[in-house]
Design a binder for this molecule. Structure first.
Ligand SMILES: *Cc1c(COP(=O)(O)O)cnc(C)c1O
Length: 293
């Protein structure tokens, strides 16, 4: 038995569905309207045969940060392994595998300004020792877990990116919070817009909004000349269905379609943010006007 959450990345949900086909049972927990899990519900979902709980550290669409310390404490109490997909969290928020009782942690380099094509899996060695089956059989590299000659330049680039990211967490967070506050200030001139996800328990660089009466794709077209934007998640942008994350928050389909996620980075400037904000306001107003909304 495995427990995970509706708002997980497909990198977690798809393997869980695959495991179901192999005979595992999977419980997929709902989230509240703010994107946070309910710890009581989580505790109740654990069974004597539960082997793993997988909950992401920070959501890739709405930036919501789950209470990792409290989740880890519950997992330890019930002796269930705790895996967290921390792809969005590394270098953005403090992570401590000891304090948070994390047994397995997945990371990827390109979300922290590192090179694409490399990731890492932290595997706890003691208290408890996590035993995994090999992902790739062969020469026995990576303690036999993932055979194959290591890609040294990617590894070095990944480590450097994480080192720089972690060093700058405080500075980046305050810079990004300032940029985000300014962006929200400009965009919230519009009426009938809604923030998706918890207002404060989220990544500093993430702003996700739903805009009534506007199609996300049309909005993207209007903004494309000046900014790199995506609606929903890049990893499933080929899907036309509304985001499973926004649907999990209880957003009606009409609002889940008309959503926009801003991912701000430490390299963004106030001038860029103001330009984008003003362009969003102009584009939304003209799209609404065209529809007499
Ligand atoms: C990007 C991302 C992934 C996938 O990582 P890739 O290295 O791009 O395959 C998984 N989970 C989350 C939360 C992500 O943001």
């Amino acid at each position: 038995h495995i427990v995970t959450v509706m708002t997980e990345h497909r990198a977690v949900l798809d393997p869980c569905h695959y495991l179901e086909k192999l005979g595992f049972e999977v419980t997929i927990l709902p989230v509240g309207a703010d994107g946070l899990i309910d710890l009581e519900l989580l505790e109740k979902s654990l069974r004597p045969d539960t082997i793993l709980l997988s909950i992401m550290a920070a959501n890739n669409e709405i930036g919501v940060i789950q209470p990792l310390g409290a989740i880890g404490a519950i997992c330890r109490q019930y002796q269930v392994l705790f895996h967290t997909d921390a792809a969005q969290a590394i270098g953005k928020i403090p992570l401590d595998v000891e304090e948070m009782n994390i047994d397995l942690m997945s990371l990827t380099a390109h979300k922290v300004h590192g090179p694409k094509g490399i990731g890492a899996l932290y595997v706890r060695r003691r208290n408890p020792r996590v035993r995994l089956a090999a992902q790739i059989q062969g020469g026995g590299q990576e303690k036999g877990l993932r055979s194959g000659t290591l890609f040294t330049p990617q590894i070095v680039g990944f480590a450097k990116a994480v080192e720089l990211g972690i060093k700058a967490i405080e500075e980046d967070t305050s810079h990004l919070n300032q940029l985000k506050a300014r962006l929200w200030e400009i965009i919230s001139q519009l009426d009938r817009i809604y923030l998706n996800g918890h207002p404060s328990q989220r990544l500093a660089g993430n702003l996700n909004i739903s805009i009534e009466g506007v199609d996300g794709a049309a909005l993207l077209l209007g903004l494309q000349p000046i900014v790199a934007l995506s609606s929903g998640s890049a990893c499933s942008s080929s899907h036309t269905a509304p985001s499973h994350v926004l649907t999990a928050l209880g957003r009606p389909e009409s609002l889940a379609y008309a959503s926009l996620r801003f991912g701000l980075s430490r390299f963004n400037t106030l001038e860029e943010i103001e330009l984008v904000g003003e362009q969003v306001v102009l584009t939304v107003n003209s799209l609404r006007k065209a529809k007499n909304f």
